[in-house]
Design a protein around this ligand. Structure first.
Ligand code: FES
Length: 114
């Protein structure tokens, strides 16, 4: 399967924790968030019934699995389902996983790889 890289924005537009942008990328609405200085790309469409995750709060700590804790949780603004932005894991119901995408940074620009 081939992959393509899509420009999202300048890193300076996402320089602070909690900043985010939403872009249409190859037919997918992708939200890119700065969470504690690292960039994460997720589907902007909540797998429950499509809530806009770019409007979700970053809520901090949760246990995703016994082996992995994370402090990178986004909470859907519609019904409060919580997702780990690093892997898409749903904190409240493991049947509903959020799509995540790789982010690359080069020369002050951010790209999503699909
Ligand atoms: S649409 Fe996201 S929790 Fe319901």
């Amino acid at each position: 399967m081939s992959t393509n890289r899509y420009r999202i924005d300048q890193t300076s537009e996402l320089s602070e924790h909690g900043s985010r942008v939403v872009r249409e990328v190859n037919g997918i609405t992708v939200a890119v968030l700065n969470v504690e200085g690292e960039y994460h790309a997720i589907s902007n469409r909540c797998p429950h019934v499509g809530g806009p995750l770019q409007k979700g709060a970053l809520t901090g700590y949760a246990d995703v699995t016994d082996e992995q804790d994370t402090e990178k949780i986004v909470e859907c603004p519609w019904h409060c389902w919580r997702f780990d932005v690093t892997c898409g894991g749903n904190i409240d119901d493991s049947e509903y996983k959020l799509s995540t995408y790789n982010v690359e940074e080069q020369d002050g620009e951010l790209f999503v790889v699909l």
